[in-house]
Every structure is written in C-alpha cells, then in structure tokens.
Design a protein around this ligand. Sequence first.
Ligand SMILES: *Cc1c(COP(=O)(O)O)cnc(C)c1O
Length: 389
Amino acid sequence: MLKNSYVMPTYARADIEFVSGDNATLMDSKGRDYIDFTSGIGVVSIGHGDNVLARTLADQAKKIIHISNLYYIEPQERAAKKIVEASGYDMKCFFGNSGAEANEGAIKIARKYGEVDGELKRYKIITLKHSFHGRTITTVKATGQESMHNYFGPFPDGFVYADTIDDIAGQVDEHTVAVMIELIQGEGGVQPIDKAKVQKLAKFLKAKDVLLIVDEVQTGVYRTGEFTASQVYEIEPDIITLAKGLGGGVPIGVVMSGKKDVLGPGDHGSTFGGNYLSSTAAMTVVDFLTHYKESGALDEMIIAFSKKLEEIQKAHSDIFSEAVGFGLMRGLRMFDADTLARLITLARENGVMVLRAGRNTLRFLPPLTITKEEMDEGFKRLEKAICSL
Ligand SMILES: *Cc1c(COP(=O)(O)O)cnc(C)c1O
C-alpha cells in the first residue's frame, strides 16, 4: 500500500488489499483468505477470476476494445439481444457505464415521452422516500433520502417523493409522467415491496399512461432468482435499468424500454457505452447465467442460502429479528444498529465479508455462482463472529 493516498477520501474503507480471487473466495496481500458474501456490492455475479470471462475479454481486447457508437458494434447488438430475450419483455436497450447513468437514461426517456405525448407537458417523476437511484445530481435528487440532498443543490425540478407504495397513486396528477421504484430496495435496507401492491400500482399507472420505471440496478441479472425482479413480481414495466451484476465487474449500465423509439438520433449518447469490451462482458455473463439458471443450480443455491439464514436467525433470535429478501439478495434484520457495525468488522476478522444496508440490516450479496462449500465455510465464520459479539 502507498504511504500517501492521492485518492479523494469519499469512502470509509477498510485497510485490506485483495490480490486475487477464485469464485467466492478472496486472498489478501497477507495471504489470508475470505469468503465473499458481497460480490463487490452485487457486481461480480459469476465470481472472481472466472477463466471464461477472462479469456473472452482478453481475446476481444487483442482485436478491438473501443470504436465509438458512430459504427455498428456487433457485441453490443448481441448483448442487447441476450438481455432482451432473457427478460422476456419486448424492449430495446441503450448502453451506458453505470447504474446512475442507466437511471439518467430512464429519466430522459420519460421526460421526452412527457414532452411530446399530449398537449400538457408532463415531467413529474414520483420516487420513494427510502429509495436509492445513484449519485449524479439528477439521480441523487431522484433518491428520496433527504440526507443525500446536502450540499449539492440547486437540483433539477420535478421529483416528488411518496412515503410508501400506498401513497404513490395519490401523488399522480396531470403533470406526472413516471413512477420510478426499486422492487426490493437495496441500499434502503433489503426492503421488498409487497407484490400485490406493485401489481395494483402497475395497472393503475398503465390506465393513466404514466410510465413505470423499475430500477433493477441491484435486483437485475438473476440476483433475485429470475433475470429481472419485475419477472418475479409478474409485472411489465415500461422501462427497466440494469447495471451492477451485468458485466461481472466490467463497468456497464443499461436502460431497456418498450418505448423503443422515444429517443432518436442526437437525443442521448455515451462515448464508452456498449463498447466492444463491456458488451462482450455482458454477453458472456448473461449467457453463462442463463444456462446456470436453466440447469437448476441457481435455484438450488437460493434454497440452501435461505435455509442457512433462517437457521442463523432462529439460533440468534436475540440479535436478529428476521431474515429478509429474495434470491441471493438477502438480509438479516438486527435489533440493534450499533451491533451491526461491530459484527461486520468481526466477520471480516474471521474471514467473511458481509455488507450493511439501511440502518440495521446485515446484507448478503454473494456471487450467484458461490459453491455449497464456500457458503458453508462463510456461515461457519459468520457464526464465530456472532458468538464473539
Ligand atoms: C447501486 C445502485 C445504483 C447506482 O449505481 P452506480 O453504478 O453506482 O451508479 C442505482 N440504483 C440502485 C438500486 C443501486 O443499487
């Protein structure tokens, strides 16, 4: 590690330097191994050090990494096809480089839709109080958490917050063009929204021609058991955004929409978006995970992981109030928020990496390819950490 850092201090980071990884197991510079229940916050969906992804990226890098969107990019077209087919929705994709950028794209589609469709300009977008949609000026404003609105104003207008899903319909007026929600709030605390309520809202919005944007930056790409959480919820959103797990660690974001032709030439763009490297990564990851899901292996792991969490909650019901989440986006709700920070540190000291979400949730986002052995070892280490609280 360098003595002086030239990196801005925006992260409260731990002093560990990882040097290599193999699936859900990481090695640090001191030779200690860790079970990774974080996958880089839901990013490394097919695990660390995947040979097929590494080889495919190296082969592509030797040919072309980047050309620009002024030309036809075959891997981008193929990645879009795979993404749309895996979703089962009749949509088209726009590629960017991050979750926030994907959400920016979603907001632009909605705003243009509201501009040209009808006589009255519709621009308002309703989001939820405990949401998280990104860190750019617009997506930070779309994020309903007041604490994130310090310092950075003035913000773009037109975002309205609803306390809960029940309050969204009442906020819709003649200026409303879209509602943007996460189906399972990630940063907000692994908080699934009630399925029946979401389905009812989707129907209501469709009748009003108000677009439903589902932010699947964290829930997407099989994280919740299906390619999108929208499929788990059996809804048909107008716009879906994906990012975290899509490139297996290579930066990429996608906004996909059934409103295929709202954005035309010149309306939107990205220098890096969908270049040869990142779209090759997305193509490889989606291809691999689609087969992994079809083989039944993903569903088996989800069942095994859920069982472990239930067991831990029952065995330590004085510490954890409930096990929450879907698929491999899981959490253990804790009674005491102060214990949470201590537990995360203790877990790390015992060789297992876990995350925090919201105020009092211990969050698990393992690689989707985690093996039974890695999972068992991780929970064994976590158990030790819990017992030393
Ligand atoms: C992580 C996340 C984002 C932001 O993604 P970045 O790639 O960090 O810009 C947006 N929405 C949700 C739901 C997220 O979990």
